[in-house]
Design a protein around this ligand. Structure first.
Ligand code: SIN
Length: 301
């Protein structure tokens, strides 16, 4: 049987960015170079047959529900083809954890969907994008791989565990307590825990409005009251520590819940979750706030 191909879907990001000055790793414009052009610059893709498609061309801070829908549809299309071993998606680092989580939740793919990115633009003296793409192709072509992962700086992260924890270094992600799924070392995959699994929710036709509200020193219920008046369907509270909420904010949240708004606590701490206790007045999740918001939108839809 002929070797199965990898489909690379481009969505932009720093990986596709350019700056006027080659050494400038900050003052660049993201999402300028097309995916076919980026792939053509890489001397080797391990001899794997590649097909590419430009699904979007954005700085990922500007990610939209429409792009998410297109991306999920293109992934579903390609994953259903027998001659496709897996998918690579290029994406900006800023919201890659959200898109990865969304895709795992809706696709629950049995084949690998390896997302990748870069912290330096394509015009950098030493861009990190090309190696990251090669590593993502290694993951996407692995026979045993499955689910949505993010491959960056030789580390393979699970879509549910990954979070961007640094603004500049070329290894900006952490998988927190869960740890990475594995590593790509000189073209070889070393797996240290199970691949992502689960999901299978529907891609919404209409996205219910769900907002994130932080609990912090001096918090009040005003933002929550305003959101309820605007018809918000869900509120994720980025709660302090083990899920605690400022006493000035709590009554507005309880009132919102009583009016039918789904209210969910998620801890704003970078690691760990929420350990429930009998006196809790609001439900909680162990997802971080941005991912709790996506889960709530999918549930409400
Ligand atoms: C983006 O997220 O699109 C820009 C920043 C990056 O890719 O690192």
């Amino acid at each position: 049987m002929a070797q199965r191909k990898i489909v690379v879907l481009g969505t932009g990001g720093t990986l596709a960015g350019t700056s006027a000055t080659p050494g400038d790793n900050v003052g660049y414009t993201a999402a300028q170079v097309g995916i076919a052009d980026l792939l053509a610059r890489i001397p080797t893709l391990n001899g794997v047959p590649i097909e590419s498609e430009q699904v979007a061309q954005v700085d990922s801070k500007d990610m939209t529900f429409a792009i998410w829908r297109d991306l999920a549809a293109r992934c579903a299309h390609w994953l259903a083809q027998d001659d496709v071993a897996g998918i690579v998606i290029t994406h900006g680092t800023d919201t890659i954890e959200e898109t990865a989580f969304f895709l795992q939740e809706v696709l629950a793919p049995r084949k690998p969907v390896a997302m990748t990115c870069a912290m330096r633009p394509s015009t950098a003296i030493s861009p990190d994008g090309p190696q990251n793409i090669v590593d993502a192709v290694t993951v996407a072509s692995d026979q045993g791989a499955q689910g949505v992962t993010v491959v960056c700086a030789g580390v393979v992260h699970d879509a549910r565990a990954i979070a961007k924890v640094h603004n500049y270094r070329i290894d900006p992600f952490s998988s927190g307590d869960a740890g990475p799924v594995g590593y790509v070392e000189d073209g070889k995959l070393r797996i240290v825990r199970e691949w992502p699994s689960g999901g299978g929710m529907k891609v919404p036709q209409q996205w219910p409005r769900v907002e994130i509200v932080f609990s912090y020193a001096g918090a009040t219920g005003d933002t929550v009251k305003s959101l309820v008046a605007q018809g918000v369907r869900g509120i994720v509270i980025a709660a302090t520590g083990n899920g605690s909420v400022h006493h000035e904010l709590m009554p507005a949240l309880l009132d919102a819940q009583a009016r039918g708004v789904r209210v969910m606590r998620a801890t704003r701490t970078a690691e760990g979750g929420i350990i429930p206790k009998p006196s809790d007045q609001l439900p909680h999740t162990n997802l971080p706030p941005v991912k709790a918001r996506i889960r709530l939108m999918l549930e409400l839809a």
